[in-house]
Design a protein around this ligand. Sequence first.
Ligand code: ZN
Length: 191
Amino acid sequence: MALEIVKYGHPVLREKGKRIDHVTADIRQLAADMIATMYAAEGVGLAAQQVGRPLMLTVIDVTPTELPWTISPKLPMPLVLLNPVLSHPQGEQIGSEGCLSVPEVNAPIRRAEQVTVRARTLDGKDIGFDCTGLLARAAQHEMDHLNGVLFIDRMDAATRASFAGKLKKMQKETEATLDKPRKSRRSLVRL
Ligand code: ZN
């Protein structure tokens, strides 16, 4: 089932994900729903924060794109990564990046060309792989989400400034949809 994607301005996007120590039925369902959500939104990756759950869980599938990437050893997509850790960044790539939580904002972002990813699968298996190109970019973008970091934080100052108005508007719109704690009328009763 496709879930609603949380938009910029929602505080959950700034939360660091909680480690997942036990794969429960809830986590399996969440992963399946995140994959459905990613495909429905035509994204190549999605982090749990983006569906309102601050957990160390991300899904990635870069196969629908024409941009180059590699993975070694070969693993089937979609990737479901629990508690991922990135290491051994090498080289550099600058490419246009967007985010399902920050619609209509695209900008060149500098990323490592290659990274090593270690993670646990839904089956409780520890996996590790080296990846390059778009997959390395996706892994870095999603790892950022899991740490409460957004791609706009990685824009150069001039680019970020050019989107300032749009971001502010989006933040206001999102905040308007959030349930704000209201002062209970009863608290005003004096007896
Ligand atoms: Zn994103």
